[in-house]
Structures are given as structure tokens and as C-alpha cells.
Design a protein around this ligand. Structure first.
Ligand code: HEM
Length: 484
């Protein structure tokens, strides 16, 4: 779908429409139109398409899918209040401790690097949002979340269920012939148990005077003032988990895939890190300002393999004339992030992972390219629905990228029989609404004994930071923490 949308943009231009039964979808593939339509006219382009499935599962309480109206506005205002740069800085110690555990996990069990990354991003979100961390991938909160999330993503994929929004009569088909109804009930039950259950435990912690400074404690304190129901509070935490943990882990998987597929990029970044940081301390957030090449890698990764290549669809609430075309009220709007960042007129060899382009120009474009309204953060969407977790997500991935480059050399794994390298390709990506590399294997080698010693000692030091977030560990998790 992504490459087809981009091919059509080449054939039909920066704005075109697709008719799906009686509804219209408009696809925009230029920075200028993102600004003109999604930003300047955001008062009429900030709805989400009606989705019976989303409504049945979340009751309209999931901010990412909620219609543009008072509920969405309250949820959004709350998230923006608590996900500011300053608020995210308050969570820096737990983020750093989790990033240290990721290095330690890769040292101890390198073959599970993909799941270690998933654990880390999920645990960061769980700790910063609800105040509970998960020391291992098998921790029940993480497995319950991933199980519910897998089912949720599967039912939301286009074509996964009958077109109930286009042919409304389908919603009257009895459940025994409409398995999507059973699936929706199951997912609703799982999400409510998890999100509302975690909210309750957070309330208990406040009552017991055992706060650890997580985001939901602040929300609960101001719940009445913010006009939120108890259900909305739980769903705010759930939306952070859904929006934050998968996107960040997929971005980190894509990063590892690209530095293995492009070893010269890895070597250049490590040289820069060695010059600025050396081997006697681990990276800190402040280091990123002195690492222009690592910054360029991060921008190039958002350009080369945007995690949500068509962003999340917006919907229009009024007729609008755009570039001489009438976009009718009720249209679905796709921002073709992938197409914008793979435009051959703007980018030299767009299909090559080349961070250097961002050292040569601010937007990585070639000389003479039209940069009107271009930005480097299109991977986070645009307009009033732009991702509210940009700061938290960027902090998490920045610290982990610096650490993983600092600590290890990443190479393709070797076939145990032939001894030959199993190639890792940056073209082997999935093609859904959210895209990331297909599972791959690699060989991870610590960069020196000094690096190993530091990772071990920092992991021991991180235990005191973890402690307030481990108030309710299961006996299995406690045993893991004691022996890991
Ligand atoms: C690398 C990390 C991330 C990427 C690439 C990403 C990307 C996106 C994109 C493309 C959208 C759709 C924007 C639009 O409709 O125009 C979005 C929305 C959203 N993201 Fe993120 N995100 C990331 C991290 C996070 C984090 C850490 C959180 C939570 C703390 C989060 C929470 C959300 C929420 C709640 C929405 C829905 C906003 C709304 O509909 O009003 N995201 N994200």
C-alpha cells in the first residue's frame, strides 16, 4: 500500500483522491500541502475516520482513534500538560536506568536483543506512565500488554474485518456469524483489565503514600479539574503504552538493522562517540548535542524507514478547496510521510541509507530542492493530532542509540554450518500501518573490557533507581532481579 500510494503520487501529483465505496480518501504527498491543509486548516482536518471497531473496543476513550470533540480535547490537553520537555526530564533517571539494563541484557543474552529492546521501551512507558516497571520480557504486565496489543493491531488492520463502516447494515449480523464482535469484546475486556487495573493500583500507591512521580499520579491529582472520568484516566495511560512502546521499539529495531546493513555508518558513528565520550563513562542525554553524526543517523532513519509511513489517517469535518480541488467533508486524509521523504526531486538516492545528507543540508535535501514548509519531524504526523509523545519517544531512542553504539559492535550473524555471514537487509521490512524490520539475527560483541566493566557497575548502581518502581513485583520477577 505504501509504495502504491507513492507511485500514484508520481503519476497523479501531490494531492489525489481514492474512492472507497461511497467514501473519499485524499492522499497528500508534499510538505507544502501538509502545512496548507493539516496545519493551517487544522480546525477542519483533525477528526479521525469513524470506526465502529474502535468505538466498540474503547468506547471512544482511546485518544489516538477518538473523534474530534470534547472527549478528545480533554484527553489531549491532559497528555500535553504532562508530556512537556520539563516533565520528560523528570523521568530521566528511570529512562537512563532502563537503558543501562538494555546494555546489560545484551551483554548477558545477546541472541535475544530484539526482545530486550521491546522490554526496555515497554518498561520505560510503564514506569513513567503508571509507575510499574518490568524487569524481564516475561513479566506479566508486558506479556498481557503485548498479547492484547497484537490482537488489537490485527483487528484494526485494513481488511481484517467486514467493512462495517462502509456498509452499516453489517453491524446487525449476529455475533455467531460475525467473529469480529467476539474479538472486539475480548480485546475490550483485556484492555480494561490492564489499563483500569493499573490505574487502580496507582491510586492505591497514592493512598499508601508510596508515590514514585509517574505521569498518572499527576493526572489523578488533577482529575476533577481536568474534567476526566476515572475511565478516561485509565485510557490515557493505555494510549501512552500503545503509542509509545511499539513505535519506539520498532524505531530501535530499524536502527540496528540499518547499522548492520551499512557497517560504514556504524564505524563513523562509533568514531565520533569515542572522540566525544571515550570508554571511561557511558553516554548521557547531554552528549547528543556534541554528536552531529549520530543526530544525522536519527533524522535519516525517520526519513528512510518512517515507523508509521502513512501516519494515522485524519478526517475532515468541512468542505475545503485545496489547490483548486474540492475535498468534501467526511473525507479520510492520508499524509504520505514515506512518499514525502522518498521524493527523488528532493532527495539524492532516496532508497539509500545515507546520514551524511543531513550534514550537508538541514533537511537532507539536494541543492536547489524546494524546501517550502519541509520539516524533519513528519514521522510524528502533523496538525492538532501530531504525536504528543515526541519528546518522551525521542529521549528514549536517543539515549539507547548512543548506548548501543558506544557499547557494542553489531555484525551479521554467521551460519553455524557454513560459517558464512547471514546478510541483513534494510529492505526486509513489513508493509502494514506500522512498519519495521522483519526479525533478523546478528552478532553482538562488547567493544572492550572497560565497556563491559562499566555496564556491569552501572547496572548495579541502577538498582536503587529501579526500586521505587518495583513495589509490586511478582515472586518470579523478584527471583529474576535477585539473580540476573
Ligand atoms: C519513535 C517514537 C514515536 C513515533 C514514530 C510516533 C509516531 C506517531 C504518529 C505518526 C502519530 C499520528 C499523528 C497524526 O495523526 O498526525 C502518533 C500519534 C500518537 N502518539 Fe506517537 N509516536 C512515537 C512515540 C510516542 C510516545 C512515546 C507516546 C506516548 C507517550 C506516543 C503517543 C501517541 C498518541 C497518544 C498519539 C495520538 C494523538 C492524537 O490522536 O491526538 N507516541 N504518533
Amino acid at each position: 500500500m505504501i509504495s502504491r500510494f507513492t507511485e500514484w503520487a508520481k503519476a497523479y501529483g501531490d494531492i489525489y483522491t481514492i474512492k472507497i465505496a461511497s467514501s473519499t480518501a485524499v492522499v497528500i504527498t508534499s510538505p507544502r500541502l501538509v502545512k496548507e491543509y493539516l496545519e493551517k486548516r487544522s480546525s477542519s482536518t483533525s477528526d479521525r475516520p469513524a470506526s465502529l471497531i474502535a468505538h466498540t473496543v474503547t468506547g471512544g476513550h482511546n485518544i489516538a482513534l477518538a473523534r474530534y470533540g470534547p472527549v478528545w480535547k480533554s484527553l489531549r490537553r491532559t497528555m500535553q500538560m504532562f508530556l512537556t520537555k520539563e516533565a520528560c526530564n523528570r523521568h530521566a533517571p528511570i529512562m537512563r536506568a532502563e537503558a543501562t539494563q538494555l546494555m546489560y541484557d545484551c551483554l548477558k543474552q545477546p541472541e535475544r536483543f530484539l526482545t530486550h529492546v521491546e522490554r526496555t521501551t515497554a518498561s520505560v512507558i510503564l514506569s513513567t506512565t503508571f509507575g510499574f516497571r518490568c524487569p524481564r520480557y516475561e513479566s506479566s504486565l508486558i506479556s498481557e500488554f503485548f498479547e492484547s496489543q497484537r490482537r488489537w493491531e490485527a483487528v484494526l488492520e485494513p481488511g481484517a474485518h467486514p467493512p462495517v463502516d462502509l456498509i452499516p447494515v453489517l453491524k446487525y449480523v449476529p455475533e455467531r456469524w460475525a467473529s469480529w464482535k467476539t474479538q472486539c469484546k475480548d480485546i475490550r475486556r483485556r484492555q480494561q483489565k490492564l489499563y483500569l487495573g493499573l490505574r487502580d493500583r496507582c491510586e492505591e500507591r497514592i493512598k499508601d503514600k508510596c508515590r514514585n512521580g509517574c505521569f498518572l499520579e499527576d493526572v489523578l491529582d488533577k482529575q476533577e479539574k481536568l474534567g476526566l472520568t476515572r475511565e478516561m484516566v485509565g485510557y490515557i495511560g493505555g494510549a501512552c503504552m500503545e503509542g509509545g512502546s511499539d513505535n519506539s521499539s520498532i524505531y530501535l529495531h530499524a536502527f540496528l538493522c540499518c547499522i548492520i546493513a551499512y557497517p560504514e555508518v556504524q564505524a563513523k558513528a562509533q568514531k565520533e562517540i569515542d572522540e566525544v565520550i571515550g570508554s571511561h563513562r557511558t553516554p548521557t542525554m547531554e552528549d547528543i548535542d556534541n554528536l552531529p553524526y549520530v543526530q544525522a543517523i536519527m533524522k535519516e532513519l525517520h526519513r528512510f524507514r518512517p515507523v508509521v509511513p502513512l501516519s494515522l489517517p485524519h478526517a475532515s469535518t468541512a468542505d475545503e478547496m485545496i489547490d483548486g480541488y474540492l475535498v468534501p467533508e467526511g473525507s479520510m486524509i492520508f499524509m504520505n510521510v514515506y512518499g514525502i521523504s522518498h521524493d527523488e526531486e528532493a532527495f539524492d538516492k532516496p532508497e539509500v541509507f545515507m546520514p551524511e545528507r543531513f550534514l550537508q543540508s538541514e533537511f537532507g535535501t539536494k541543492p536547489g530542492a524546494d524546501n517550502t514548509a519541509r520539516r524533519n519531524d513528519f514521522a510524528f504526523g502533523a496538525g492538532r493530532r501530531v504525536c504528543p509523545g515526541i519528546q518522551l519517544g525521542t529521549n528514549t531512542v536517543t539515549l539507547n542509540i548512543m548506548n548501543l553504539l558506544w557499547a557494542f559492535n553489531w555484525k551479521p550473524a554467521k551460519d553455524p554450518v557454513t560459517g558464512k555471514e547471514i546478510p541483513v537487509s534494510a529492505d526486509n521490512f513489513t508493509h502494514g500501518l506500522v512498519t519495521g524490520p522483519l526479525p533478523f539475527k546478528c552478532e553482538i560483541t562488547p567493544r572492550s573490557q572497560a565497556h563491559i566493566d562499566l555496564i556491569r557497575s552501572e547496572y548495579v548502581a541502577a538498582r536503587s533507581v529501579f526500586h521505587p518502581f518495583e513495589q509490586e513485583l511478582s515472586p518470579e520477577d523478584e527471583a529474576f532481579v535477585a539473580t540476573w
